[in-house]
Design a protein around this ligand. Structure first.
Ligand code: S3P
Length: 432
């Protein structure tokens, strides 16, 4: 797509929007639905490019998946029913599809090849191939299995007790999905708790999963039963409008159906700590996942320190939190976040580089960044998403508080997680 001119110098955001489905939960609904017995219906599925990559891979594995306007229907083939794919499984830009698929396929007696785009080709896969090989998986890939393309020769696996060096839901979930096919029990312990959507959804499909602190256990050989899943709105997508509402003058916006899983609500804790006027209403539960409606208003904000166990609870929100911090009084220090370097882009580099182009006072550190807020209003500039959806959306929100013209290169990446982002932003600018 061509470069686009972003709307700048916005004087007010107002209205109500319903946040599109959660990306992490949409992926898992398709994957578990595919290996369950019977039909699974998924409402509010996110039709973003990443989740469409998951659907396309499972179609190549012989699963019938029908996408309708309102829902997705999956005819589950049972735990051993996937077919050997004739074609390469292309996971596009999606780390979750890549890592979870490799785990799931490791224990099924099929040969398959997994490849993604040029960003996936740079992302480390050893974090899953090392524990999966300990379970007996036969996986080959560039640099001894660290990079795609990966070739998987599925076969029998044995449960392991794995101490993960990082808090990563992709690592944990990849091992748990392999554990479904392993003999004995598979145990994963993390240094901090990462998002637990796999555990919650396995239970919604009738599986037993035990949890004790940062340890999760699954018994192999369990079967899954097709079910009805209603996907909550993605708090990581809501985050862009929570920040927009807090920093654009004269604003008040309501975001409906936002997933409030406690492993994901670090952004809420930070907004409240920085002084945001945020109301949480209509709290409820759907398929073991909490939801709420959120209303945010223009706020006086103060810088904070963000580190330690909070990081996995807001890892995907750091780009937009960096922008929030540029509008707060004082310094914001983000530490313990070196995982940012292995996301869709090196997000320490891309956040610092792109916000600096708009006049923000921000510097990178080895494991995070330091932002000095309210030094000056953001200026115009020519910025680039670098093919990273969250960098693209952060820059579109930054433009709302920029005084000059802002041009965005590679805006198409935004459709990875929020295909109707610009129509929602325009609705709030027009005041719906
Ligand atoms: C995800 C886990 C996180 C997150 C990613 C989605 C998931 O990655 O950043 O956007 O759906 O499991 P890590 O597991 O690498 O932390």
């Amino acid at each position: 797509m061509k470069n686009i001119q972003l709307r700048t110098n916005i004087d007010r955001l107002s209205g109500v929007i319903s946040i599109p489905g959660d990306k992490s939960i949409s992926h898992r609904a398709v994957m578990l639905g595919a290996v369950a017995n019977g039909r699974t219906v998924v409402e509010n599925f996110l039709p973003g490019d990443d989740c469409l990559s998951t659907i396309s891979c499972f179609k190549k594995l012989g699963v019938s998946i029908i996408q309708k306007e309102e829902f997705v229907e999956i005819e589950g083939r049972g735990i051993d029913g996937l077919q050997e794919p004739v074609e390469i499984l292309d996971t596009g830009n999606s780390g979750t599809t890549t890592r979870l698929l490799v785990g799931l396929l490791s224990g099924i007696p099929l040969h398959s090849c997994v490849i993604g785009d040029e960003s996936i080709a740079k992302r480390p896969m050893k974090r899953v191939t090392v524990p999966l090989r300990q379970m007996g998986a036969k996986i080959d890939g560039r640099e001894n299995g660290n990079f795609t393309p990966l070739a998987i020769r599925g076969g029998s696996l044995t449960g392991i007790d794995y101490q993960s060096p990082i808090a990563s839901a992709q690592v944990k979930s990849s091992i748990l999905l392999a554990g479904l096919h392993a003999t004995g029990t598979t145990v994963v312990t993390e240094p901090h708790k990462s998002r637990d959507h796999t555990e919650r959804m396995l239970r919604a499909f009738g599986c037993e999963v035990e949890e004790d602190g940062f340890t999760v256990k699954i018994r192999g050989g369990q079967t899954l039963k097709g079910t009805h899943i209603q996907v909550p709105g993605d708090i990581s997508s809501a985050a862009f409008f929570l920040v927009a509402g807090a920093i654009v003058p004269n604003s008040k916006i309501t975001l409906k159906n936002v997933g409030m899983n406690p492993t994901r609500t670090g952004i809420i804790d930070i907004l409240l700590k920085m002084g945001a006027k945020l109301d949480i209403e209509n709290e409820r539960f759907v398929n073991n996942e909490p939801l709420a409606d959120l209303t945010i208003q223009t706020s006086e904000l103060t810088g904070v320190q963000i580190d330690g166990k909070l990081i996995p609870r807001l890892i995907d929100e750091i780009p937009i939190i960096a922008l929030l911090a540029t509008q707060a009084k004082g310094k914001t220090v983000i530490k313990d976040a070196s995982e940012l370097k292995v996301k869709e882009t090196n997000r320490i580099e891309t956040v610092v580089g792109e916000l600096s182009k708009l006049g923000a006072v921000i510097e990178s550190t080895d494991d995070g960044m330091i932002i000095t807020g309210q030094q000056n209003k953001l200026t115009g500039g020519h910025v680039n998403s670098h093919g990273d959806h969250r960098i693209g959306m952060m820059l579109a929100v930054a433009a709302c508080v920029a005084s000059g013209e802002v041009t965005l290169e590679s805006p198409e990446s935004i459709s990875v997680s929020y295909p109707n982002f610009f129509s929602h932003l325009n609705l709030l600018i027009e005041g719906n």
